[in-house]
Design a protein. Structure first.
Length: 257
């Protein structure tokens, strides 16, 4: 699939034609067990530390970042320059230049999408339940709605951020088969041969089915790599983020590369 495992990117760079990156757990101010760049305000961390961490990430983005609070479903929210508060949502989309979106996760996959046709961007939180229920489809439908209808996906690019891999995400057999009934690429096995789910591979497969022009997928597993927060590894912990900045229609021309 195009872009899979693309190397040569600066660490954290999402490899998209607009400003887009993935954070790690480093270079923040939170204390254990949230050390140190935790951007989630729902995990028990000190609120002031979270706000400082969010400012650090916003400084990197160049504009304030609107961070989603996942509903673990398919809820979509359109963010504008005037948006003050966000409800629970699994997909944030934007078309206003200067709006930055952040998808928070710790084992689930943050997915960033750019549409070279409209300049729209999306930040998606995709875990097991969201994948099963169709959160990737919901994100793409929202973008095509902003275009004014379904059309060619070749000008769409996406980046799948660090998430738990299929070797580490052990689940009950019936749970694996439930998800795989809709997304066969999610079916996986652990190193021990037990049932598992490969969420990032399933996301990549679904994006390819929509004809995305380029798909970049991180090779990092959050469970294996302690540079990232992992809820499954640590229990009480922080969250990293995938961030994408909308540049509006003028920025979309950079997609033709």
């Amino acid at each position: 699939m195009p872009g899979h495992g693309r190397s040569g990117l600066h660490p954290g760079d999402a490899g998209l034609p607009v400003t887009a990156f993935f954070t790690t757990r480093a270079e923040g101010v939170s204390l254990a067990p949230y050390e140190s760049l935790n951007v989630a305000d729902h995990v028990g961390d000190d609120a002031h530390a979270v706000q400082r961490n969010r400012r650090i990430v916003s400084e990197r983005a160049g504009v304030p970042v609107a961070f989603l609070n996942a509903a673990h479903g398919i809820a979509v929210e359109h963010v504008t320059a005037q948006t003050q508060t966000l409800p629970l949502a699994d997909v944030l989309v934007a078309t206003d230049a200067g709006v930055a979106l952040g998808a928070i996760a710790a084992d689930c996959a943050p997915v960033l999408i750019h549409d070279g046709a409209s300049g729209a961007v999306a930040a998606v939180h995709c875990g097991r339940e969201g994948l099963y229920r169709g959160v990737i489809d919901a994100a793409i439908a929202a973008i095509f709605d902003l275009r004014g209808g379904w059309s060619d996906g070749a000008l769409l690019t996406a980046s799948i951020g660090p998430s738990i891999c299929g070797r580490c995400y052990e689940v009950p057999l019936d749970m694996r088969e439930r998800v795989a009934s809709r997304h066969p690429a999610a079916r996986a096995s652990t190193r021990q041969g037990t049932a598992a789910l490969d969420i990032p591979r399933a996301i990549e497969s679904r994006l390819a089915e929509f004809g995305f022009g380029e798909i970049v997928r991180s090779a990092a597993c959050t469970y294996e790599d302690e540079l990232y927060f992992s809820h499954r590894r640590e229990g009480v912990t922080g969250r990293q983020a995938g961030v994408i900045v909308c540049e509006g229609p003028t920025g979309s021309a950079r997609g033709a590369r």
